[in-house]
Ligand binder design. Structure first.
Ligand code: 4AD
Length: 442
């Protein structure tokens, strides 16, 4: 109780520690669980959790106009009621009084939701769909997982940076096209990766990371590609390829440990009951061995032929591969020809690169990284081979002139990581307002 004798305002996440005292809780009517002659029971949502609220017979008559999604303030006392599935955390609020703050049309949301049968309808009404239980849990967990990534890097001594996302043209990744943006009197592009900028800051910040949007022109709709995704990238000076691979594995395992040690573990268990934290060390396989593995297991491309050395391992082959291995897999040493020119060739075979992709069950590739070409002459040769004019990249190539060093980094597709953690089939399920070909609103 507040000092003036009124109820204490609490958030639902603090319900457990505020039992048996007068409280008031602001939130939205998430669901009407029961509404009959014996009373009314609603599930209240406030963003921090859900609370079952029970109205007495008399009260419910007063509030019979209460509708789903109305915003309200509910006064009452919270008590523990074990063995009631409808009461999250075994708590319920016995209501003394309800104040409607913002009305919602009676049956309105139910009608919209029931009419949203197609994916297109659901995406058009994303703002309301997001209020559903699974979606709101997913978004809450998403926020915590980003915090865990930050905590991981800060704990390991990395510095966070926020590189620009409006960039001069740079076709550094495999994708051929870039989104172009009107920028005052000229055109710039939306970044595909913050890697180049990260490379320029390691000489004054050491190990660095960023959490930033990246943009890819993907003409096909697939269940793991977005046009705009959250990219978690790290870059580290003075490391070896083995260090890089270890650091990627450490980031994934440590973040999972942080989640599973926290109360957010419950959301993972609700949405992905069979989730098992990965075991270290991850299995490693060279690209060459993966090609052989696919052939030995009779896994062919869509055209009925085997994937041969030097070809890209397609999304569907990758999924078959990880389906058989069924645990995290670090695919290493991809051919120089199929990887971007900034990747450092292997010292024992210059036709291969010091590169790594991390594949996870049900999703496939969630991260890609490499050691970088770090000698000035070599990177200039790369630009030449690629047919890219290095002039506008002086700020990148200068790093190879002024105290260069062996360095490497990786990028994790945050949404793909979430798909794996929460066993979501489509990447769109783990992002607020997905962007992909044909969809740029709401
Ligand atoms: O393998 P990618 O293209 O690597 C890079 O961009 C490097 N420059 C990163 C680095 O070394 N700093 O992308 C990294 C990851 C992929 O493994 C994938 O998880 C994700 O980014 N990704 C996408 N996620 C969603 N939608 C897309 N269209 C994606 N493209 C890549």
């Amino acid at each position: 109780m507040d000092s003036d004798g009124t109820a204490t305002q609490i958030q639902i996440r603090d319900a457990l520690t505020n039992r048996d005292v007068p409280v008031k809780v602001f939130g939205w009517i998430h669901r009407i669980l029961r509404h009959d002659n014996e009373g009314m029971v609603v599930l209240l949502r406030d963003g921090t959790g859900f609370l079952k609220c029970v109205f007495s017979d008399q009260l419910y008559r007063m509030y019979s106009g209460v509708a789903r999604e109305a915003s309200v303030c509910i006064y009452g006392k919270i008590s523990a009621i074990p063995e009631d599935n409808a009461a999250p955390d075994g708590l319920e609020l016995s209501v003394d009084f309800l104040e409607v703050i913002g009305t919602s049309p009676q049956g309105g949301v139910d009608e919209i939701v029931s009419k949203c049968t197609s994916t297109e309808d659901q995406l058009d009404h994303r703002h309301l769909m997001l209020r559903q239980e699974e979606m709101s849990k997913t978004m809450r967990l998403r926020s915590f997982v980003i915090q865990c990534f930050r905590a991981h890097y800060v704990d390991r001594g990395y510095i966070e940076v926020t590189p620009p996302t409006l960039v001069p043209s740079a076709k550094f990744e495999v994708a051929e096209e870039l989104f172009s943006v009107n920028f005052f009197d000229g055109n710039v592009n939306l970044t595909q990766s913050s890697q180049l900028y990260l490379e320029t800051v390691i000489p004054f910040l050491g190990d660095v990371f960023c959490v930033a949007p990246s943009y890819r022109v993907e003409h096909k709709q697939t269940r793991r590609h977005l046009s705009e995704f959250t990219h978690i990238e790290a870059e580290c000076p003075f490391i070896s390829f083995d260090d890089l691979v270890y650091r990627l594995e450490d980031a994934v395992c440590d973040v999972i440990e942080r989640i599973m040690k926290s109360p957010y573990r419950k959301i993972v268990q609700d949405l992905h009951p069979n989730f098992k934290p990965p075991e270290r060390p991850f299995k490693k396989m060279s690209y060459g061995d993966a090609i052989e593995f696919l052939q030995n297991n009779g896994i062919k491309k869509d055209d009925g032929t085997f994937c041969r050395f030097g070809e890209d391992i397609s999304e569907s082959l990758e999924r078959s591969l990880i389906g058989i291995v069924n645990k995290p897999l670090l695919l290493c040493r991809f051919p120089t020809k199929i990887k971007p020119f900034y990747m450092q060739p292997c010292s024992d075979d210059s036709s291969l690169t010091e590169s790594v992709d991390l594949l996870l069950p049900n999703v496939g590739e969630i991260a890609g990284g490499s050691m970088r070409v770090w000698k000035h002459d070599d990177i200039m040769e790369g630009f030449r081979r690629e047919g890219t004019d290095p002039t506008n990249y002086y700020w990148y190539t200068d790093q190879r002139k002024f105290g260069s060093c062996p360095h490497g980094g990786y990028g994790i597709g945050f949404e793909r990581f979430l798909c794996w953690l929460l066993n979501r089939y489509n990447i769109r399920e783990v992002v607020l307002y997905p962007r992909f070909v044909g969809r740029s609103s709401p």
